[in-house]
Design a protein around this ligand. Sequence first.
Ligand SMILES: Cc1ncc(COP(=O)(O)O)c(C=O)c1O
Length: 315
Amino acid sequence: MATAEVGDDVFGDDPSVHRLENNVAELLGKQAAVFVSSGTQSNLCALMAHCQRGDEYLVGDHAHTYMFEGGGAAVLGSIQPQTVPMLESGMLDLDAARSSIKPDDAHFARTRLLCLENTTDGKVLSLDDLRSGRELADEYNLGYHLDGARLWNAAIALGVDPADVAASFDTVSVCLSKGLGAPIGSVLSGSSELIDEARKWRKMLGGAMRQVGLIAAAGEHAVDNHIDRLADDHRNAETLAEGLADIDGLEVDAQNTNMVFVRVIGDIGGLENRLLDRGVMTRWSGNTSRMVLHLDVSEADVATVITSVAEELNC
Ligand SMILES: Cc1ncc(COP(=O)(O)O)c(C=O)c1O
């Protein structure tokens, strides 16, 4: 990062940003890409590139873009979310999606876009599911966007290229932070036309940055060096899930990829603070915790977590 060659990305002449955008577009098999500050900004730029004021997008009822992005699509894009139930697999219920598509009638918002998330809660959507979504989108002339914050994990888990996971979609957002370990940044990819449009929205959202090659350099390092090693995170997640499942008083939902969901049966008492005293920082919502494996959590750390939780719960 310290030696990154920089320019002014608002004028479009930062070489490090260009390199990153081109590399990610190529990895995902798309024409173009734009570097953005976050996954949230990336999804919002995509939604605004696909939809106009008063349009509607179909989205999973607990998908990140709908639940955890501050309602940005509605607030800043004037885009109405139409939620669709998500199946156990993490896929949208496409029958429900189909019956939510509005007829061409002035009573209704115009349905313009279908949006998926992969991985979702650590679950990998099958390539067949992704293609079924494409068929529905084509039938109704909808755009098709993927919130692929963890697309890299999906590709590793399926043993396919990132481009295979991205193939069905018009636009794909990927995060360079999260498992890949870059400090900041996401990339939105798609056709040149959609990415030009997204670039305009990025500017309006305050996300065009000047000498941002400094940050793009970290993203490039992450993309070049940290995709294949996600398999280590998946192995560590399995070890963590198996270790925690052996502890009395815990229920464990081991997802695919890098997430493990844990539920303490009964009250967690002061577990969070007691773990913190032992150097294990966890976050709990009631008696459940989502544990996520990434670049900075080693096999030894996993062993420490298992031992600490076992001792604190059964002391
Ligand atoms: C599935 C998913 N999409 C999008 C985001 C948003 O990414 P960011 O935190 O960079 O805005 C997250 C963040 O956790 C996420 O989990």
